[in-house]
Each structure stands twice: as C-alpha cells, then as structure tokens.
Design a protein around this ligand. Structure first.
Ligand SMILES: O=C(O)[C@H](O)COP(=O)(O)O
Length: 307
C-alpha cells in the first residue's frame, strides 16, 4: 500500500480522503525531524508545515518519494529546487489560508488603531479611559501593500470596504490593479503610505527588507503590519525606530525568532520592548490558523495532486 507521512496537525478530511483513495496514512503530527528521517524511505507522499525542514538529507532518504505537500504558503524550509531536480513534485496551498491571513491583518490593524490592547488592559485595572484611547480610522488613510500574492490580495479585498486608498507593489507581478487597488512603485508606497502591510515570502532578497534604511525612506512614520515572516523585518531596527518615533506602531503576527523560550539576551530585550509598547500588538503566528483554513489547505493540496 502506498504510504503518506503527515508531519503536522491537519484537518481529518485530509486523512480520511487519503485513506479512501487507498493510501496508508502515517499520521504523526508531533514527529521530530529524525523520526521523519526514519520513516521517509517507506513513503511516496510527504505532508508538511514548517515543523520540520525538508532538506537534501531527508529528500535523499525518501527513495520512493513522489510528492511533497505543504499545508500552507511559505516554502522556505523545503528545498524545492533539489526535490524537483529529483522528480519530486512540490505543492503548496496558499489559496487555503489567504482569507484567514487577510482577515487577521485587517483585524490587527483595527485593534492597533483603536487601542484595543491598551484600553482592555486599563479596564482590567479598573480604569475607564476614553480620551487617551481616542483612535484613528482606516478611512481616508493610504495603505501600501508590499507583495501582491494570495495574502496581499486577500488583505486588499478585505480592506476594500474601509474607505482607504489601497496601493500595492509587487516586484514580480504587474497588471493586477483593479477597482480598489492601485498598482504602484515601491517609491510611491514610501512617499504616500500611512500604513504598510508585508506580504512577501522569506527569501535572500526579502530577509531584513524592512530595516533602518527602509524605515527612513518612508515619508511619515507608518504603521507596519507583518503577517509574512518575522525575518522580513530587522527586529532591532524596528525597536530603534519605535523609540525614535519613526514608526507609528506595529502589528506583528510573526517574529524573527519564534522560539520565545530560546531567545538570546538581546532578542529577549527587543521582544519585551515590543510586547509592552502601547502601539505594538502581537499574535503568535496565528494569522493563517483558522478551522476553515485547515480544511481548505487540505482540499487545495489534494486538488493540486489530483488525489
Ligand atoms: O506560510 C504559511 O502558510 C503560514 O505562515 C503558516 O505557516 P506554518 O505552517 O508555520 O503554520
């Protein structure tokens, strides 16, 4: 029987469907890299998230491997070029969690501009403060989206009812402007945006893209939204920019080092600063984590694999 190794928690639909189609499913949602290494040589299919890297070593051991399915979007931990060179098909499912990420980014922005975090903390202390919690509206602002793929376009779609001017830049794509999004250059975003939302994959090119230079290029202190990858932002430069008031605030769903129990002293200091900053809100990389996305990602990979 053809075996599929599933290495992360998934919607039962994926397991049931694979079984129905005659696959033997090895469902190990908490498996370690070394344990996966022990099993991979028996498998024709591998399902992953970002729990374990799919590197050359694992791929080489997967002598019967025909496909690798990523439940999610970011492929930075899969050596796609190497797998492809060995005839292994790699599919991802950004279509499945784009709505979730788009909604989360809008939600974080509203929460930040309307002081949800601070006012809620004050309420818990018995403080009923209205004036200091007077917020800002999205309406009338200029929102710059960097990266117009699945999540960038989902964010724009969700935001389109808020009355903002929506600009978007994508280094690798043109012709995507529509009735609510203007396709612009990065310079235009620097010049005009009040809010910048990042929707790029993590690559060598985007690593630390938002650094001191980027922040200084913005005409006004922008509100930054990051639901992409933590390392797209140079965290310490962000912290310095917040101190210098060159950044108005930040919504961060992702961190450079998400193993918050293994931070260096310097990382811990920056993390604590961000956590306690009144104009920073953070969530633990849950933008794409919804019950609906879990099912949709399973459906997308099955569809792409023709199973
Ligand atoms: O890339 C994605 O789809 C999301 O960031 C979720 O990634 P995860 O598999 O690490 O949860």
């Amino acid at each position: 029987m053809t075996k599929v190794l599933i290495t992360a928690k998934t919607h039962p639909y994926l397991i049931d469907h694979l079984k129905e189609k005659g696959y033997q499913v090895l469902y190990h949602p908490a498996i370690s890299y070394e344990e996966a290494y022990q099993l991979i040589h028996e498998c024709a299919g591998l399902v992953v998230t970002t729990r374990i890297p799919v590197d050359r070593r694992l791929i080489d051991r997967g002598i019967h491997l025909q496909w690798i399915a990523r439940l999610g979007s970011g492929m930075e931990l899969i050596d796609v070029a190497y797998a492809t060179s060995k005839g292994i098909r790699c599919v991802s499912s950004p279509e499945g969690n784009a709505d979730a990420v788009g909604e989360h980014a809008v939600g974080m922005l509203v929460a930040l501009l309307r002081n949800f975090k601070v006012s809620y903390d004050q309420l818990k202390e018995g403080i009923w403060e209205r004036e200091k919690n007077r917020g800002y509206e999205i309406s009338g602002k200029v929102v710059g989206i960097i990266g117009y793929g699945h999540t960038g376009s989902a964010f724009a779609r969700k935001l389109s009812g808020f009355g903002a001017t929506i600009l978007a830049y994508d280094k690798y794509k043109t012709g995507f402007g529509n009735e609510y999004v203007q396709e612009v250059s990065l310079e235009t975003i620097f010049r005009q945006a009040d809010i910048v939302s990042l929707h790029v994959p993590l690559t060598e090119e985007t690593h630390h893209m938002v650094n001191r230079r980027f922040i200084h290029a913005c005409a006004v202190p922008v509100y930054l939204i990051n639901t992409s990858r933590g390392a797209v932002v140079h965290t310490h430069d962000l912290v310095e920019a917040l101190k210098e008031e060159r950044i108005a605030g930040a919504c961060l769903d992702v961190l450079e080092n998400e193993r918050i129990d293994h931070l260096t002293d310097a990382e811990q200091e920056d993390f604590q600063y961000l956590l306690h900053h009144p104009r920073v809100i953070m969530t633990p990389h849950i933008a794409g984590y919804t019950h609906e996305a879990s099912l949709k990602m399973a459906q997308v990979v099955l569809h792409k694999l023709g199973i």
